[in-house]
Ligand binder design. Structure first.
Ligand code: ADP
Length: 290
């Protein structure tokens, strides 16, 4: 947004722009001095509702504010979804695994995924493809040292460290030193600007499909906080996802067809595997429309 330079006459339009910017920024400035995130959030919501900031700019400001409370475990790709290569793999085979993964950085493990010993970059594999005797080179000969972070690290601190260490990927560890997942700069950026799909991304699974105001189809990974925003209140200190919540409630991974009535809602498991629930249907517990 351009404001007139000092000494230039103010047009009606630029005066309006200045006024609206002044009111938002003076509101924000007053709030920042009080370090009160809730009031800040309220000011941004008000400014967005009054059209002082564009809807998408307002949403981005809110996301940045919420980033302040997030830990690595909130945004990482969980261990079960990490694509890794075992140490000892010769380069041609490793290259096939990396291509199949669709990712450009792959952790290397020795014996178990709890023992990550390095990270291989797809671009390094390119150089070695033309090397003589590439099949005698093992993946550990070209890997980089891993960057480990505790899963409890705050996301804003992680962002600083990514920048100062010039790293793009970190391996998140649980409190026992086991691997709990991996996190990249893209995971952090997505929290600020929303999903970024790159040219290799598989189509996104829809976590919450709104069928109508009272009927939903959920992925087992749908976040309990996102459900709360739809009025489906299921809070837990132990799990973050609806799949985890239903497994915790049942005491086992529920089978396809199992139903739960919780807090006025009926949850029906539409599809489940041996280790996780995939899809869940939700409707009001007293629904007679079916
Ligand atoms: P890439 O383009 O190599 O996939 P990005 O940094 O753009 O890497 O990350 C895109 C998403 O893929 C992020 O959610 C990130 O956590 C995930 N990701 C990156 N590398 C891997 C990997 N080796 N295994 C599983 N997920 C990964």
């Amino acid at each position: 947004m351009m404001l007139p330079l000092a000494g230039q006459p103010l047009t009606k339009e630029s005066r309006l722009v200045q006024d609206s910017e002044r009111s938002l920024w003076s509101r924000l400035a007053a709030l920042f001095t009080r370090h009160d995130d809730e009031s800040l959030e309220k000011a941004i919501l008000e400014a967005r509702a009054e059209g002082e900031v564009a809807a998408d700019e307002g949403s981005m400001l809110l996301r940045i504010l919420r980033l302040d409370e997030m830990q690595v475990s909130d945004i990482m790709t969980p261990r079960t979804d990490c694509r890794c290569v075992p140490a000892g793999t010769p380069l041609p085979e490793a290259t096939r695994l990396v291509i199949a993964s669709g990712h450009s950085r792959i952790p290397v493990y020795r014996e178990t995924r709890d023992n990550i010993v390095g990270v291989v970059y797809a671009k390094d594999l390119l150089h070695t493809l033309v090397a003589p005797k590439a099949d005698q080179i093992l993946i550990e000969h070209i890997m980089h040292p891993p960057f480990f972070v505790p899963e409890t690290k705050m996301v804003l601190e992680l962002l600083q460290e990514f920048r100062s260490r010039k790293q793009h990927l970190a391996v998140a560890l649980d409190e026992y030193g086991g691997t709990s997942g991996l996190v990249t700069i893209e995971d952090v950026l997505e929290e600020i600007v929303g999903d970024i799909e790159d040219e290799h991304d598989a189509p996104q699974e829809e976590y919450i499909k709104v069928l109508d105001a009272k009927h939903f189809e959920l992925s087992g990974r749908a976040d309990l906080e996102d459900l709360a925003e739809l009025g489906i209140a299921l809070a837990s200190d132990e799990v973050d996802t609806i799949g985890g919540y239903l497994s915790l409630t049942a005491g086992h991974v529920p089978l396809t067809g199992e139903e739960f009535v919780l807090n006025g809602w009926k949850f029906k498991v539409l599809e489940a595997g041996a280790k996780a629930i995939h899809r869940i249907g939700v409707e009001p517990a007293d629904d007679r429309s079916a």
